[in-house]
Design a binder for this molecule. Structure first.
Ligand code: IMP
Length: 188
């Protein structure tokens, strides 16, 4: 079975990865602190994936993700995790709602996830997943993490925090990126 070393200390991300990658992969968290000072999701994901050196039969992956809100010119973007401190869902969502203010239009947003893969050969590849939707006016639901309580994916009524994990994973940026990763790994 292929071992996937994931450069993250985020238990929520790990759980989603295990669920989406399925039983063919052994997903192991690898909590190494890496400074996320890149300007793009790609830069940060590659930097994190390179911090782990996989052996034969292993790959290292890193997810860099975030929320881009149109009315805030793409913010909080790569700084999503540091938008409020401590970065609890309550703090992140409250700050975002305050910045957006009360408005009916202009609440468009997208979640972005870039996953970088580091192979034992030293080669690096990236895949990207996007989930479009909108930011609602209040927090709803208590599942998931981060901005899940204020994000409703396009074509749906529930927030990510109100959905069963399987449903979120089917629609989410991370789910989309990870399914592309599975294809990539199958092709090797
Ligand atoms: P990073 O990838 O570790 O820089 O952190 C990304 C941040 O974006 C997380 O800490 C969350 O605040 C936010 N984020 C990324 N993916 C999700 C998601 O699936 N739901 C809610 N928030 C997310």
């Amino acid at each position: 079975m292929m071992e996937v070393l994931v450069a993250t200390g985020n238990e929520h991300k790990l759980r989603e990865m295990r669920h989406i990658l399925g039983s063919g992969f052994k997903v192991l968290g690898y909590g190494k602190r890496v400074k996320e000072d890149g300007r793009t999701f790609e830069e940060n994901a590659v930097k994190k994936a390179k911090s782990i050196r996989p052996k034969e039969g292993q790959i290292a992956i890193a997810d860099d993700s975030g929320l881009m809100v149109s009315a805030l010119n793409g913010k909080p973007g790569v700084k999503s995790a540091r938008f409020a401190s401590p970065p609890t869902p309550e703090n992140l969502c409250t700050k975002l709602l305050r910045k957006l203010g009360v408005r009916n239009g202009g609440r468009g947003a997208k979640f972005v996830c870039v996953i970088a893969v580091h192979y034992p050969s030293g080669r690096i590849k990236t895949v990207k997943g996007i989930c479009c939707g909108k930011i609602i006016n209040e927090m709803r639901g208590n599942k998931g993490f981060g901005y899940d309580p204020v994000f409703v994916p396009r074509g749906y009524r529930r927030t990510f925090a109100e959905m069963r994990p399987a449903m979120k994973n089917r629609l989410s940026h991370r789910g989309r990126a990870l399914r592309k990763l599975k294809v990539l790994l199958g092709e090797r």
